[in-house]
Design a protein around this ligand. Structure first.
Ligand code: 0A1
Ligand code: ZN
Length: 878
């Protein structure tokens, strides 16, 4: 560990690179233990910077064989090598050529960053700073160059050779058993978008003709034998390509678009230009191996990576502080895509739920940071829900405030101005300001202020004046490093609903507000609506128009009214959640499950039954309505002194009460909805399955005959039904559980992605012995700390999706996570640091649990940690 890597980097210190790289020619000789990389760089001093500076190249874990300047070998006295860099003190003031030859060891690369070998396949991961583990380079996103890459490898073991761009040459290396391929990418790109793959891979091919007539060859490369699982990914890709043309006028720009699926990958997928590399979990699907949730993720991540071709690759980021520029915008684009190809309101619910579950706790905890962070120690730690999901909400708010057409124009202008460049958040917002003529200075606070704004609303009705005054106040809570905040520009979509459920016209300042959009700009503000004939019920924050915490003065009757009458589908769903959430938080706070099972619970159950039976609503939407707030939702609402056992007990009691109260409706839904149709992954069929399974989930809670026993694991004809049944059964203490798990294991033990589900289901099961179950599984012969998917399936699911197990009162869950993360940290810091994120809400717990969590964190802080984990642990301790 070198100390310089632990230094904090600041956005305010940004300076352009002193040298520019115009062209890169790489010659890569693949070999398992000593890959040899010869790089030839055409460089020149950056005319915008002071001349005569030393040339500093980044490099890590490399063995340097040769450096030559303009054809002349340099001797060790001409340069300095340190842990992280190669410095050449004197280079010409004119364009020059630098040649570097290095060796690296792909098989020893357990960090999975740079060039590594995953089960016989060579692949690369260069975002954010992996290229420096392949060769010495100016490894930063504002150093754009055109790449030509020659790859050479053993023909028999490595028949497929891929890189970015178009294939321009291939052949055998005469007199050897090796072959080569040469790829050229005409688009200048930063090093983080470089990729290379070599392996014995099978492939599936298709083609796509762009709106302007370019025929693009599409390929998906997988391990031989998995070709039959690529269909959904390929269909999703073609849908995404067409959608981006229709919605944003963005066409694909190369003749080839390849996707490679690998089994060992730190994240979900990577948008390398023309050569996306994917975690195979997000490519491979067949009805018997993948659930509807898997099909959904594959569709959205395939789209996400493809959309990066414009938002990320054609226009990239100036520096890593600008990460949200590509990620927030691309998540927004993939959300819009999914919303268009599936059920819009359901997708909005899914996205809002995801934000609240993952981002709100981040924003409320010790790791809070702005959408555009101002500093970091390790950039790998900033691929966060704040940068991605809150970043997407910020783009959505711009679209809401400007309108869809101006937003599209703003995006067009952004591409026109910055195509081929490395841009900043300011560049993006300036384009939006310029097309709309709006001053977006206050809006910029969404990028710079961390913390979730709290919006309090109350409505006063004056029966004489027939006015309704909406009082709005906003507070942005203090977060680490930011004690006082400015008020934000918050788009607040509202409606007023009359007693019979009709929408009332919104008359404000003599005009009718057709889109219901209010702009909150001050700490305190009043909006006065005129000609309101009778006391209305306000529907606030429609369509979740801003990522804020809303509190209202609505009572239970008004919330119930919204559950029945709100014409905004998001808010109608939200009303159910709020109603249930209020019962659950009261019960959990007081440790009294009776608070969640009284008269109000029965009323909630009736409302849920009405919605669940309502054929005018899409099944997927009805399914969302039947899902109660999660345990982490309840904990988040409680915000302090959380007892996770009380939270679990409250939720179980309410589920059981609902299951018991409306059992007939639920059973009817479970027994009939869509059971006769053959399996198809399309959104409508998936919606019907989701409705059945949401009904089953509530029925199973009753513990009565017909409850859990309805989970017919063995009769399931697809993975969605099978895994749902298995997860219900896995909660039980009975031989039925053991049988089902044994059966699943026997069937799928040789299918890693399916076996991951077997590990995950057990890790999530909320049984008193879940810590012991997970510990036992850690020693299972099929468990490996080296495979990130397996680690996330077992340890990640336990820490993130089993709140009562992870937060067990004796601290055993914390000890388990800390111990495993420490072990993983020694060879894959990125995965370890992400696991440790599970400690982020420790200060919201009751004192006993806090003590145990703190002890685990302090113990970690005393160990020798990677920079990644060091940053998470020290900041979490605060
Ligand atoms: N840019 C990718 C995410 C990604 C980030 C880092 C990685 O390796 C450390 C891999 C992928 C995306 O947004 O999809
Ligand atoms: Zn992305």
């Amino acid at each position: 560990m070198n100390d310089s890597s632990r230094q904090t980097k600041f956005l305010r210190n940004y300076a352009p690179p002193a040298y520019l790289i115009e062209e890169v020619a790489l010659d890569v000789h693949l070999a398992p233990k000593n890959a040899r990389i010869a790089s030839k760089l055409r460089m020149r001093p950056n005319p915008k910077m002071a001349p005569g500076q030393p040339l500093v190249l980044d490099g890590e874990d490399l063995a340097l064989e040769r450096v030559a300047l303009d054809g002349k070998d340099l001797s060790p006295g001409d340069y300095a090598l340190s842990d992280g860099s190669l410095t050449i003190n004197s280079v010409p003031a004119q364009p020059f050529t630098l040649e570097i030859v290095t060796l690296c060891d792909p098989e020893a690369n357990t960090e999975l960053s740079g060039l590594y070998r995953s089960r016989g396949t060579y692949c690369t991961q260069c975002e954010p700073e992996g290229f420096r583990r392949i060769t010495y380079f100016i490894d930063r996103p504002d150093a754009l160059a055109v790449y030509t890459v020659r790859i050479e490898a053993d023909r028999a073991t490595t028949p497929v050779l891929l890189s970015n761009g178009n294939l321009i040459e291939q052949g055998d290396v005469a007199g050897t058993d090796r072959h080569f391929a040469v790829w050229h990418d005409p688009f200048p790109k930063p090093s983080y978008l470089f990729a290379l793959v070599g392996g014995d891979l099978a492939s599936v091919h298709d083609s796509f003709t762009t709106a302007s007539g370019r025929k693009v060859a599409l390929g998906i490369y997988v391990k031989p034998g998995k070709e039959d699982r690529c269909g959904w990914a390929m269909e999703s890709l073609k849908r995404a390509m067409r959608w981006d043309e229709e919605r944003f006028g963005l066409e694909y720009d190369l003749d080839v678009f390849n996707i490679v699926a690998v089994s060992d990958f730190n994240m979900g997928a990577m948008e390398n230009k023309g050569l996306n590399i994917f975690n195979d979990k997000l490519v491979l699907a067949r009805p018997d191996t993948a659930s509807d949730a898997d099909y959904h993720s594959i569709e959205s991540v395939i789209a996400h990576e493809y959309f990066h071709n414009w938002t990320g690759d054609r226009v990239t980021c100036r520096d890593w502080f600008q990460l949200c520029l590509k990620e927030g915008l691309t998540v927004f684009r993939d959300q819009e895509f999914t919303s268009d190809v599936r059920t819009g309101p359901v997708e909005r619910i899914i996205d809002a739920r995801m934000l609240k579950t993952h981002q709100y706790p981040e924003d409320a905890g010790p790791l809070a940071h702005p959408v555009r962070p101002a500093s970091y120690i390790e950039i790998n730690n900033f691929y966060t829900s704040t940068v991605y999901e809150k970043g997407a909400e910020v783009c959505r708010m711009l679209q809401t405030l400007l309108g869809a057409r101006p937003f599209r124009k703003g995006l067009d202008l952004y591409f026109e101005r910055h195509d081929g460049e490395a841009a900043t958040v300011e560049n993006f917002v300036d384009a939006m300001a310029d097309v709309s003529g709006r001053d977006l200075t206050q809006f910029m606070l969404w990028y710079t202020q961390s913390g979730t704004p709290e919006l309090a609303c109350s409505l006063d009705y004056d029966p004489h004046a027939k006015t309704a005054k909406l009082h709005v106040s906003q507070v942005v809570p203090p977060t680490p490093g930011q004690t006082s905040k400015e008020p934000m520009l918050i788009p607040l979509k509202v409606g007023l609903i009359g007693a019979n459920g009709d929408e009332l016209p919104l008359k404000l300042n003599g005009e009718i507000l057709t889109d219901g959009l209010l702009e909150v700009t001050d700490r305190e503000q009043v909006f006065e609506f005129h000609d309101v004939p009778a006391p209305p019920t306000p529907s606030l924050l429609r369509d979740f128009s801003a990522p804020v915490r809303l509190t209202t003065s609505l009572d239970a009757n008004q919330i119930e009214f919204l559950m029945m009458h709100d014409s905004d589908p998001f808010n109608r769903w939200q009303a159910t959640q709020t109603y249930a959430g209020n019962l659950l938080t009261a019960a959990a706070r007081e440790g009294d499950v009776g608070r969640a099972t009284g008269k109000e619970a029965v009323r909630l159950a009736q409302a849920l039954a009405t919605a669940a039976r309502d054929d005018t609503l899409r099944p997927a939407y009805r399914a969302e309505t039947l899902k109660l707030p999660s345990e982490s939702d309840i904990a988040r609402e409680l915000a302090r002194n959380v007892d996770t056992d009380a939270v679990h007990a409250a939720r179980e009691a309410l589920r059981a009460k609902i299951g018991g109260s409306i059992g007939d409706t639920l059973a009817a839904l479970y027994d009939t909805a869509g059971t006769d149709a053959p399996f198809s992954p399309d959104p409508q069929s998936a919606g019907l399955r989701a409705l059945r399974l949401a009904a089953l989930d509530l029925l199973a809670a009753t513990k009565a005959p017909g409850g859990a026993r309805r989970a017919h694991y063995r009769e399931a004809s697809n993975m969605t039904d099978a895994i749902m049944a298995l997860s219900i059964l896995s909660q039980l203490q009975s031989p039925v559980r053991d049988d089902a798990l044994a059966h699943f294991y026997a069937r799928w033990e040789d299918e890693p992605l399916v076996l991951d589900k077997w590990f995950a289901v057990q890790a999530r099961a909320t049984r008193p012995d879940s810590v012991e179950t997970v510990r036992a599984l850690l020693t299972h012969p099929k468990f490996s700390l080296k495979n990130p998917n397996r680690v996330r399936a077992l340890i990640g699911s336990f820490a993130q999706a089993n709140p009562s197990g992870f937060n067990r009162a004796d601290g055993a869950g914390y000890a388990l996570l800390a111990g495993q993360a420490l072990e993983i940290d020694r060879f894959n810091p990125h995965v370890a640091a992400r696991l440790l994120g599970a400690f982020e809400s420790w200060r919201t717990l009751e004192p006993g649990r806090q003590r145990h969590a703190k002890a685990a964190l302090e113990d970690l802080a005393g160990q020798s940690l990677s920079t990644d984990s060091y940053e998470i642990v020290t900041k979490t301790l605060g």
